[in-house]
Design a protein around this ligand. Structure first.
Ligand code: ATR
Length: 267
């Protein structure tokens, strides 16, 4: 029987999940479908109870990641700590909500920086994506510094995760850090960076979670300084690979999904 998978959001048009997972199905000859599922927030609870039982697994995206926490039978520790669910799967009769963004971020970073323990990492932004990145790097025992445009959000998050804050970006530079990560939306469909052009140092490893465009101003400035860069498709691909492992028990080669990402146009 064809197994059913999908990605649920509102609206859902732009999700890359179907393309990534379908590439895995055809590589591994898995008989399955992966559809975009648009569900209004008011109908989410009904959908989980009455429609999800037809599915083997579902990816969860904006704006349902936080609400889904209350609708599942069990929460994995990562989802609990991050405060968001991005993946649903079954454990016998129970619906489990987990979050693969943290492992996605970790594995993306490890493509260029395998040893993150003790590394000084500057994280820009304090939204949902930032929580997943902080959680991953806390587990990896990095020394984390957090900056956010709205300082209070950074202070609150720093208290929760027991990390340090940077209040004024002008008072620091790339020289003070090993790794620098942009989790803000600055640079998404625009040629802007959250840090000054001359911020970076040649010894930096610089990661942008924005993937549209793939080459952001943030990464272009880092590259101009001689830094090593990691593009945003890596996090997307590695979090999808973790979902693939959960749903099918298969560790897919990253290249399969990376290639699928690169040939599917951004909107
Ligand atoms: P996500 O869940 O995708 O992380 P979010 O919760 O809306 O999205 O968070 C967006 C992040 O981008 C926040 O850190 C936001 O900063 P504020 O907390 O100050 O709003 C950051 N951000 C968005 N636009 C920005 C801008 N022009 N300059 C700096 N930071 C910006």
């Amino acid at each position: 029987m064809t197994k059913k998978f999908g990605v649920i959001g509102y609206p859902i048009g732009h999700s890359k999940s179907p393309v990534l997972h379908e590439a895995g199905f055809s590589e591994m000859e898995i008989e399955a479908s992966f559809e975009p599922i648009e569900v209004h927030p008011d109908e989410l609870s009904d959908w989980v109870t009455n429609v999800f039982p037809d599915y083997t697994g579902v990816a969860v995206t904006i704006p349902h990641k936080e609400t889904m926490m209350k609708l599942v039978d069990k929460l994995a520790p990562a989802a609990e700590k991050i405060g968001a669910v991005n993946t649903l799967y079954w454990d016998n009769e129970a619906i489990v909500g987990t979050n693969t963004d943290c492992l996605g971020a970790l594995k993306a970073l490890q493509t260029e920086c395998p040893e993150l323990s003790g590394k000084k990492v500057l994280i820009l932004g304090a939204g949902g994506a930032s929580r997943a990145v902080i959680f991953a790097l806390k587990n990896a025992e990095s020394q984390i510094f957090l900056w956010n445009r709205t300082a209070q959000r950074a202070t609150d998050l720093a208290e929760e995760f027991e990390i340090e804050t940077i209040e004024n970006l002008k008072a620091v530079s790339g020289k003070n850090f090993d790794v620098i990560i942009n989790t803000t939306s600055v640079g998404l469909k625009e040629w802007k960076s959250p840090v000054p052009e001359d911020f970076f140092d040649a010894k930096n490893i610089v990661f942008d979670i924005v993937y549209d465009p793939l080459e952001t101003k943030f990464l272009a400035d880092a590259e101009a300084a001689g830094a090593i860069t990691i593009t945003g498709d890596k996090m997307l691909v590695y979090q999808a690979l973790e979902q693939f492992k959960l749903w099918h028990g298969i560790e897919l080669e990253p290249e399969i999904m990376e290639q699928a990402f690169l040939v599917s146009p951004n909107e």
